[in-house]
Design a protein around this ligand. Structure first.
Ligand SMILES: Nc1ncnc2c1ncn2[C@@H]1O[C@H](COP(=O)(O)OP(=O)(O)OP(=O)(O)O)[C@@H](O)[C@H]1O
Length: 252
């Protein structure tokens, strides 16, 4: 069924003591869509990403991914099913080249599946896949550059390439544009736009113009609750969103 959601959250709840950081939260991400989550600081965006990726267990509710209930599955099992989380947890090895960093991710994903090849062929196969991921994010020309020598924007591109090397179905992107300058932001928006349709993307991002440029749907999270989900136009013109959260300027 083409419209079956990739990711489906149903009635998710999570509290820290008396603080409800996720309240009866339900949403879907469809194949090939970018679903953005926006909301003020402390709204619960990062804790939501943790629950989806599997590093934090919800108190109640369920998480379905590619048609399976993954609520009780650990992080690594979800990753193997195709849930890739980028930024904040990706460990780029600074002294390794961009290519070697991505090749590591390909190797981690594929386990022993290259073991039937002779070492040289195995290395070629790994590097070919890594190079393809680098090309996808526009980093092919710096494949041989150590990660530490890449610009801030290029490091973010490298993290994306590493996520892609995991062969994901869904990318969980937590503030991929944080710290990027205007030119880097434009470049990253272009790359994310190219990735859409190939992967489902759940995007947490503070840069509202980027969200408006990229998202198919947007959910607005306030105090752990989604107050509205809609298209860019619906969110821009939603009275509760305009007054309660974003302010008129951000929506101009
Ligand atoms: N481990 C924890 N223990 C207690 N409270 C926590 C914990 N982690 C997060 N919180 C609280 O939960 C709330 C939601 O935090 P979260 O980081 O998910 O928000 P956010 O929307 O990602 O914020 P930001 O936009 O600033 O990154 C905040 O009030 C935060 O202080």
């Amino acid at each position: 069924m083409p419209d079956e959601p990739l990711l489906e959250l149903n009635g998710l709840c999570k509290s820290f003591g008396a603080l409800a950081v996720t309240s009866d939260l339900s949403l879907t991400v469809r194949p090939g869509e970018i679903h953005a989550i926006i909301g003020p600081n402390g709204a619960g965006k990062t804790t939501l990403i943790h629950q989806i990726s599997g590093t934090l267990r919800p108190d109640r509710g369920s998480i379905r991914f590619v048609g399976r209930d993954v609520t009780a599955l650990p992080f690594e099992r979800r990753a193997r099913l195709g849930l890739a989380r980028s930024f904040q947890i990706t460990s780029v090895v600074p002294g390794f080249t961009a290519l070697d960093n991505v090749a590591l991710a390909v190797q981690a994903r594929s386990g022993s599946s290259f073991r039937f090849l002779r070492p040289v062929s195995a290395e070629t196969a790994l590097n070919d896949e890594a190079r393809a991921a680098l090309d996808t994010v526009g980093l092919g020309r710096v494949a041989g550059t150590p990660a530490a020598a890449l610009s801030h924007g290029e490091k973010r591109q490298l993290e994306l390439a590493i996520a892609i090397a995991m062969n994901p179905r869904l990318l969980l992107l937590d503030e991929p544009l944080a710290g990027a300058g205007p030119e880097e932001t434009d470049r990253l928006i272009g790359i994310l736009r190219d990735l859409r349709r190939r992967y489902g993307i759940l995007l947490v991002e503070h840069d509202m113009q980027a969200v408006f440029a990229l998202a198919d749907r947007i959910s607005v999270l306030v105090y752990g609750r989604i107050i509205v989900t809609g298209t860019v136009d619906e969110i821009r013109s939603h009275p509760e969103v305009r007054t309660a959260y974003l302010g008129e300027d951000a929506l101009a």
